[in-house]
Ligand binder design. Structure first.
Ligand SMILES: [Zn+2]
Length: 406
C-alpha cells in the first residue's frame, strides 16, 4: 500500500475518533477554529449568588482578553458541597459571587502569549480545558514546584468575590482565565469525565496521602466508610490501583449497590446493626473474620469518625477525608483507638496540582475498566435553573448535580 493512502486512512480513522479535530492537527496551529463554530457574542450570562439562597442570572459585556488570558466557553460545571454551603449560609463571606469551580469548557479566544498549559501541553483554540488554582501572589510558581502545596492556600475560579470582570466562576456562559492561573488541556476526555475531574482529584490526593503510611498495598483489606460521591470515587481510585478487597459502609442500600459496581467486593449497611460491637463484627465478617488493614473515612459524621477505629487492625492505617468543613468534635478513646493499636493516621484535604494531572489518567483508566463513573452525575440542570440545582444538592437527592450549558 502506498504511503499516501495509509496517511489518508489514518486521517479518516482519527477524524472519526475526534469528530474532525484531527484534520487540523498537522496544520499550522493557531488557525484552528473553535469546534462550536459560534462567533463570540458581545455579552453573556453569569449566575450570581446575590443573597443567601438566591442566584440571579445577570448579563455582562465579555471582558477584554489580555495577552496572557484565555476566554473559555463554559460547557458544564459540577455542583460541589462547598457551593451548597455558600448558597445556604455564605460561610466564606463571598456574596455577591459567581460560583462554580468544577467546570470545563472550550477555548474560544486567547492572548498571544498563551502557548502551553500548566503541564506543558500545547493550547489551541477549540481545546477543552479545566482550571485548577490561581497563584496571585506568585504567578511564577510552576506545577512541579508544587508537589506538596495544597490548593487550600490558593485561589480558585468559582470562589472569588465578584469584581469588574464578573466572569470569575464556571456557573456562567464564559470564564476569563487570567494570566498566572493554572490551566490544563483535557481535550481527550469527554464532558462528563471533565466535570468529574475536580472531585476525583480529591480522592487521588487522599489515596496518595494513604500511600505515605506504607500500609496500603495491593492485597490490603480496605474499608471505605460513606458512599456519597467522595466514598464512591474513593472505591474507584482504589480499584484502578489494583486494590481488590474493599468493603463499603453506608446506611443506604442503593448507594451500597452502586459501591459494588464501582469495585467494592462487600458492603455493610450500618443501619442493620445495633451497637458498635455488632457493626465491627459485620465489617470483620466481610473480610473473612479479619479487621481492615486500612480505612478511608468519607463521611462528615463525628460518630462515623469515632466508629472507624474499631474496624482497623493493630498497626493499621486510617485516612480521614470526610471533614471537608467543620463537622464538630468526635469522641474517641486515645488509648484503645490509637495508642495501643499503633494506628497511623493521615488527614487529606483538597489536592495539589500534581494530583490534578494524575486524575486525568485515573479517569481514563476507570472508564477503560468499565467503572460507571458517568453515572455519578445523576442530575443535570441548565444555567437558568441553578437555584433548583443547588436545592437538589441540599436535599441530598442523587449523587453529583451538574450545570450543563446549551
Ligand atoms: Zn469542589
Amino acid at each position: 500500500m502506498e504511503n499516501k493512502s495509509i496517511e489518508e486512512i489514518v486521517k479518516k480513522v482519527l477524524e472519526s475518533m475526534t469528530g474532525g479535530a484531527a484534520m487540523n492537527a498537522s496544520a499550522p496551529s493557531v488557525s484552528r477554529a473553535p469546534a462550536s463554530g459560534n462567533s463570540i457574542p458581545k455579552t453573556a450570562r453569569v449566575a450570581k449568588l446575590v443573597e443567601k439562597g438566591r442566584f440571579e442570572i445577570q448579563e455582562y459585556p465579555l471582558p477584554e482578553v489580555g495577552d496572557g488570558d484565555i476566554l473559555v466557553k463554559v460547557e458544564g460545571c459540577g455542583v460541589c458541597g462547598t457551593d451548597a454551603h455558600e448558597f445556604k449560609n455564605d460561610p466564606f463571606n463571598l456574596i455577591p459571587v459567581v460560583l462554580g469551580h468544577e467546570g470545563t469548557g472550550e477555548i474560544v479566544k486567547m492572548g498571544k502569549d498563551v502557548k502551553k498549559d500548566s503541564a506543558g501541553k500545547d493550547l489551541h483554540l477549540g481545546d477543552k480545558v479545566v482550571t485548577c488554582m490561581i497563584f496571585k501572589d506568585n504567578p511564577e510558581i510552576t506545577m512541579f514546584d508544587l508537589n506538596k502545596q495544597n490548593v487550600g492556600g490558593a485561589d480558585v475560579y468559582g470562589l472569588l468575590p465578584d469584581d469588574d470582570v464578573h466572569f470569575n466562576g464556571w456557573f456562567a456562559d464564559y470564564l476569563l482565565i487570567r494570566k498566572g492561573s493554572t490551566v490544563f488541556n483535557v481535550s481527550d476526555l469527554d464532558l462528563d469525565s471533565r466535570v468529574l475531574i475536580e472531585p476525583c482529584a480529591v480522592l487521588v490526593h487522599a489515596v496518595e496521602r494513604a500511600k505515605t503510611t506504607g500500609i496500603l498495598r495491593f492485597n490490603s483489606r480496605v474499608a471505605v466508610q460513606g458512599c456519597g460521591p467522595i466514598g464512591l470515587i474513593c472505591i474507584a481510585v482504589l480499584r484502578t490501583m489494583g486494590v481488590e478487597n474493599i468493603t463499603a459502609l453506608d446506611g443506604n442500600d442503593k448507594r451500597l449497590e452502586f459501591a459494588k459496581r464501582m469495585g467494592a467486593s462487600k458492603t455493610v449497611n450500618f443501619k442493620q446493626y445495633n451497637g458498635i460491637e455488632n457493626l465491627t463484627k459485620a465489617v470483620e465478617d466481610s473480610f473473612g473474620g479479619h479487621p481492615a488493614d486500612f480505612a478511608f473515612q468519607c463521611t462528615g459524621s463525628p460518630v462515623a469518625h469515632a466508629n472507624i477505629y474499631k474496624f482497623i487492625r493493630n498497626g493499621g492505617g486510617l485516612c480521614e477525608l470526610g471533614f471537608f468543613i467543620n463537622g464538630g468534635d468526635a469522641t474517641i478513646n486515645p488509648h484503645f483507638d490509637i495508642c495501643s493499636k499503633e494506628i497511623t493516621i493521615v488527614g487529606s484535604w483538597v489536592y495539589t496540582l500534581r494530583d490534578y494531572a494524575t486524575t486525568f489518567d485515573f479517569l481514563k483508566r476507570a472508564n477503560g475498566i468499565g467503572l460507571p463513573m458517568k453515572e455519578l452525575i445523576t442530575h443535570r440542570f441548565p444555567l437558568e435553573e441553578i437555584n433548583e440545582a443547588l436545592k437538589t444538592n441540599l436535599s441530598m437527592q442523587g449523587l453529583k448535580i451538574a450545570i450543563i450549558n446549551k
